[in-house]
Design a protein around this ligand. Structure first.
Ligand SMILES: Cc1cc2nc3c(=O)[nH]c(=O)nc-3n(C[C@H](O)[C@H](O)[C@H](O)COP(=O)(O)O)c2cc1C
Length: 494
């Protein structure tokens, strides 16, 4: 067992212990991303032993390596950890064996990424394994939720490695929190305690660290990669599809700019394969998704040097426990600053007249009713998009989806600002709408729902005194009226 005194300083954190920490059984709200190649047993054990939660990055790895690494973590620590797999990036046969291997080894948690694979989630859940899915959009989060996952990692576009969505972390986190009802962790460009405190204030239940833990002594990344991360700045990172061999098409990665991203090796999609390195007899090809590892030799400069936009704050290669302790220490300081209790002579809530409190509660209930309705709208639009190919209809449904997400986020914040509890429910409208098979008829029904929301918002506006909420509800009303007209015009053309 290793010495965990470094991270013990962080145990006095005033950050709340979250439901996700309970679910994963970790003391600190820090999760090591399941980085393929990089997050091997030494790093996973160091992170879990220091109080965080480590995922072994086992994408496309053979069973013997998974077995060896799982045993190696267990030899080093009694703390819990998980295994990360990527169904879409793995052949069906190997994936089937990997899932069985996790079941046989009684791995407690499996992390998944990229396309949602319902069958894999179902198999893991049937074996009593906790499933955490990383997602890059609201639509993916809803798919993963319907597959039955236990928690999400929301990945912002700032992330290093494969990047599934294009939204910045803040915006995506808010949107996903508005529509799902399982715990959510945040990933993408996180390397400081200030970010951790802010993201947790916004509702994330843990921060996921990739690049920040790649640049540690225990990571399996080659020293060349670690040193490049230490020297880099956020603008040295770039999203590119140039590194594509081994992966499904059109998969973007965030890497440090190098000779490949600068085009010095020509078009990555038209050339014959060229070997630029070697790992225990396995050739490493130019334009492949392999990043330099301790076990590799060759020309590292043109390889995929994954790094997130959090590199600015990474300027050394400490142990994982040291990096976690310093992030936690600063997270505590920032959490305290963000959550300093306000000193009041008398509490307006306690001394407010009973009728004011009742009015407040009635308003919160009405906002929650709208939140449930908008959430239903988000889910209807996501599922409808999956069935529609006509570009004009897609564009219309996408626009409505975008608006409904925005109003969910606004309502969520408004309810919280008033000291209320947000409803986790989705309106019954969702089931009713999805029972309508014909898309045009469903859109007409969706419009009836939008009309209902618009009417309620108009009624509410007569009673809302708070100027900020009044303004937001007015915008919400206007956007619903616009969408009602757009859908009616679209349906009239059909
Ligand atoms: C070197 C590297 C390899 C990665 N490999 C995987 C992987 O195999 N599976 C996965 O789910 N995510 C992988 N990711 C993405 C992480 O899960 C996570 O989203 C990302 O690291 C967060 O951004 P950050 O690196 O800025 O902290 C990888 C990221 C990096 C940097």
């Amino acid at each position: 067992m290793m010495n965990h005194s470094d991270a013990d300083d962080a145990s006095s954190t005033p950050l709340p212990r979250t439901h996700l920490c309970d679910m994963l059984d970790c003391r600190l709200p820090l999760i090591l991303a399941g980085m393929g190649g990089v997050a091997r047993s030494e790093l996973v054990a160091a992170v879990s032993e220091a109080g965080g939660f480590g995922f072994l990055g086992m994408v496309r790895e053979p069973l013997a390596l998974i077995e060896r690494e799982v045993r190696a973590v267990r030899d080093r620590t009694a703390a819990r950890f998980g295994v990360n797999l990527i169904p879409a990036g793995t052949s069906a046969e190997l994936l089937d064996q990997q899932v069985q291997c996790c079941v046989d080894l009684q791995v407690p948690v499996v992390g998944l990424f990229w396309d949602v694979n319902h069958a894999v989630v179902a198999r893991l859940k049937a074996a009593d394994i906790t499933v955490v899915h990383q997602v890059g959009s609201v639509a993916q989060a809803l798919q993963a939720q319907s597959a039955g996952v236990d928690a999400f990692i929301v990945q912002g576009v700032e992330a290093g490695g494969h990047v599934s969505g294009r939204q910045p972390l803040d915006a995506l986190l808010a949107a996903v929190l508005a529509v799902v009802d399982v715990p959510v962790a945040a990933a993408g460009g996180i390397s400081t305690g200030e970010q951790v405190a802010q993201l947790m204030t916004q509702g994330a239940q843990a921060a996921v660290l990739g690049t920040a833990l790649l640049a540690t002594q225990e990571s399996f990344a080659h020293d060349f990669h670690k040193q490049r991360v230490v020297r880099a700045r956020a603008d040295d990172t770039v999203l590119t599809e140039d590194f594509h061999i081994n992966w499904p098409a059109h998969a973007a990665v965030r890497v440090l700019r190098n000779s490949v991203t600068q085009g010095q090796h020509g078009d990555p999609f038209t050339q014959a394969r060229r070997v630029i390195g070697e790992e225990e007899g396995r050739p490493i090809y130019l334009f492949s998704t392999d990043s330099p590892l301790r076990s590799m030799s060759g020309d590292f400069e043109p390889m995929a040097l994954y790094a997130g936009r959090g590199v600015d704050a990474i300027d050394s290669i400490p142990t994982a426990a040291q990096r976690m302790a310093s992030i936690m220490q600063s997270a505590q300081t920032h959490w305290r600053m963000l959550h300093r209790p306000e000193v009041e002579v008398s509490s307006p809530v306690c001394y407010a007249p009973a009728f004011e409190r009742e009015r407040n509660e009635a308003l919160i209930a009405q906002l929650n009713e709208l939140l449930e309705a908008e959430r239903a709208g988000v889910r209807v639009t996501v599922q409808t998009l999956a069935q529609v190919s006509d570009p004009a209809t897609r564009q219309l449904v996408e626009a409505i989806h975008h608006d409904e997400v925005q109003w969910c986020v606004m309502l969520l914040h408004a309810i919280r600002d008033m000291g209320g509890t947000t409803s986790p429910r989705t309106g019954a409208f969702f089931q009713k709408a999805m029972a309508i098979e014909n898309v045009a008829e469903r859109l007409a029904f969706l419009n009836r729902g939008q009309g209902w929301v618009a009417k309620r918002v108009a009624e509410l506006l007569e009673r809302v005194e708070d100027p900020a909420l009044h303004k937001n509800l007015t915008r919400m009303l206007d956007s619903h009226k616009e969408n009602l007209t757009r859908v009616n015009e679209h349906l009239a053309l059909e």
